[in-house]
Design a protein around this ligand. Sequence first.
Ligand code: PRX
Length: 632
Amino acid sequence: MSLEPFRSSDDYAAAYKASVENPELFWADISSHLKWQKPWDKVLQWDFTKPDINWFVGGKLNITENCLDRHLESRGDHTALIWEANEPKEKAKKYTYRQLHAEVCKFANVLKKNGIVKGDRVCLYMPMIPELAIATLACARIGAIHSVVFAGFSAQSVADRINDSNCKMVVTSDGLNRGAKQMSLKKLVDEALEQTTSVEKVIVFNHLDWDPEMKSGRDLWWHKEMADVSFWCPAEEMDSEDPLFILYTSGSTGKPKGVVHTCGGYSVYAEYSFKNVFQVQKDDIYWCTADIGWITGHTYLLYAPLMSGITTLMFEGVPTYPDAGRFWSVIDKHRVTLFYTAPTAIRALMACGLDHVLSYNLHTLRVLGTVGEPINEEAWHWYNMHVGKERCPIVDTWWQTETGGIMISAIAGLTPSKPSHAGLPLPGIQPVLLNGEGKEIEANNEEGYLAIKFPWPSMIRTTWGDHERCRLTYFSTYKNYYFTGDGAKRDENGLYRIIGRVDDVINVSGHRFGTAEIENAINQNKGVIESAVVGYPHDIKGQGIYAFVICDKLPENQEHVREEIYETVSSQIGRIAKPDKIQFVSGLPKTRSGKIMRRILRKVAEGEISALGDTSTLLDPTVVEEIIAGKL
Ligand code: PRX
C-alpha cells in the first residue's frame, strides 16, 4: 500500500506529536508502506556516544524494488525519468518505469559480469545523463556501494576518493557538456588511476563521440557491455543496515570524509520526507536541479521521486545556457509541477532581469523549493512573485549530506513558510538549540548551536574507514546529541532560521568546502609559504572564498601568481573551489601560540573593519594594519 502524505496542518501536528511520543510505533507504521523482502524485528537500537545506530533491525529490502519493481504493475508505462539535454534543440529522452527497470537490470548485469559483487565500491564520475541514474540504481540493485563523485572535481579528488574506499570500478564518459563548454572526464579518470591500485575495470559511456584512449584489459565501452546482457536482474537482499552509498563531503579538516548511508532507514525517510514536504500527487512532474553528485541529487532527484512513482526530470546543462531563460523554458516545455533549486541559482537568474522569466508559461507549477544555503529575503520574494506568481508555497528545506533527507522545512501549503526561515521540524526530527555550555535553550526568540537529540532513519551511520572520525565530528562536541555544525535562531513561533556554519566550512553556491582543504591546495603552489582562507558575503554565491596568502617574496606580477594558484586549486580540488579573491600579505594575524585568528580575517573580508575586536593579544598587531590596507 502506498504511503499517503498528510494533507492538513492538523495532520502534521498529530504526526509530529506521535513521532515524539512513540517514535518506534510511528516509524513502524511509516516503514510498513515499503516493500520489504523480510520484515524487521525491531524498529530502533541506538547509542549516540559510540555512535551505534540501527533502524529496522533484521529487515531485508532493496531500494530499487521500491523505486522500480513495485510500480511496474500499476504504473509501468508511466514516465519515470525525463532527460533534458544541454542543447535545447536536442530531443528530450523519456523512460517509463518499465524501461528504466530494464536498463537498470541490464547495467546491474554488466556490473556483475565484470566481477562486481555485493559490498564492492564503485565510483561514478559522470555527467548529468540518464546513464548516471541507471548506473547508480544498478549498483543498488546488486548491493554494490556507489560513490558518486561530482564531475566538477579534479583528477586528484577522484583519486583521493577512490583510494579512501578502495573502489574496484569506475564508470565514466568520454566528456561532458556544460553550457557552451565541453570538458573531458575519461582523461581525468586516466590521470586519477595513475595514483590508485584498486580499480580493475573502467566502463566508459560514449556521450560526445570523442574516441578517448581505451586501456586494453581495463577500459570497456558501456554500449558494448550492454549489448548482450539480460534485462532481468534479481534485486540483492540487503540488510537494513548494509551500506547503500558513500558520499564524500568537506568538513573542518583537510580531508573530505565519506558519509555512509544505509539501506533501510534511508529508503524510509527519503520517501516520507519527499511526499510530505512537496505534497506529492501521483501525476506530478518534478524537477530537482541538483547534480546527482551531491546529496540533494541522490535523495531528491533520484531515489525519493522514483519511490513515489512520479516523473523526475534530469537536466544536463546550466541555468544560463543558451540564455538565462533556460530553467523557465524547461518548466514550460515539460509542464513541471514541483521545482526544487538552490538560492544561488535564483540570485544569478534574478540578476539577469525579468524578461526571461516572464517569457514562459509557468502555470503548471504548484510547489517551489530551495536547498543548500540560506535564502535571502530579496531572492525569496522574487522567487515567490515571479516564478510562483504568489500562488505556489515555497519550502526552504534545511538538511545536510549527513542527515540524508530534509530535516526542517515548511510542509508545502500546510505549515508556515516565512522568508529566510526553514520553518518547523519534520515529524521524527527533534532539533534543539544549545548554548556555549551545551545546555538546551528552551525559550523562543533565541539563537544557539543547532543539534538533534533523537535519531532519525536516514542519519549518517559512520564515515567510511574511520568510525572515530564520525564520533569526533558529530557526536562528541555535545554528549548525546548529533551536532550539525550550524548556528540557528528560533523565532517567537518556533520557526527555525538557519544562520550558517559555525565551523571552518564555507558554503559556496550551496557547495561545502573546508577552509583547510582549500588552504592545503593553495599551499601546494610553488612559492607559497602559508595561507588562510575565510568566507565572505557574496551577492550570487552566498559566500565567496577569500584567501590571504604569504609567498616567499611578495610577487612582482601578482596576477600571474593568482592564475597559478587558481590552477593549483583547480587541479587539487576542482574549479568549483577557486578563490574569488587572493590577497598577498607578509604575515597573518596569529596569537602568541601561533594560532591564526580567523575571526579577524573574516571581519576584514566582510569589510567590517571597525568590528575587529581586541587585537592586542596578537604576536604582531601591525600585520592587521597591512592586511586592512591591502583589502581587495
Ligand atoms: O549550513 C547548512 C547549509 O548547507 C549545509 C549542508 O551542506 P551539504 O551537506 O552540502 O548539503 C546541502 C544540501 C542538503 C548545512 O549544514 N544548508 C543546507 N540547506 C540550507 C542550509 N542553510 C540554510 N538554509 C537551508 N535551507
